[in-house]
Design a protein around this ligand. Structure first.
Ligand SMILES: [Zn+2]
Length: 104
């Protein structure tokens, strides 16, 4: 699985967790969700925004195969979006958010 260094906190982050954040004028930064959310919160003037992490959950299907689901939270102007996806072979699979940000 590819990893990308977050330009906010410097953490090596799985590439699918990286968000391009910025503007045409100021350029784009590659940020992990946590940094993205805090930047978005700052931009929205929210001082007390708390980033919430949900632990991945593992479910076994009837055939005994384990499915691992991850949750992502994204802050938007009007609220927080929660996106769930299944991790298969180290990459998001299924769901609508496999290729970036999905708004729910
Ligand atoms: Zn970061």
């Amino acid at each position: 699985m590819g990893k990308t260094k977050c330009e906010g906190c410097g953490r090596q982050t799985p590439s699918f967790e990286i968000v391009e954040y910025g503007s045409m004028e100021n350029g784009y930064k590659q940020l992990c969700r946590r940094c993205f959310n805090s930047e978005a919160a700052a931009a929205a003037g929210l001082k007390d925004f708390e980033h919430v992490e949900f632990d991945p959950i593992r479910l076994k299907d009837s055939g005994g195969k384990v499915h691992e689901f991850h949750f992502r939270t994204f802050l938007f102007g009007t609220g927080v979006a929660l996106d769930a996806f299944e991790l298969r072979k180290g990459a998001p699979a299924g769901g609508s958010g496999a290729n970036g940000v999905s708004r729910t």
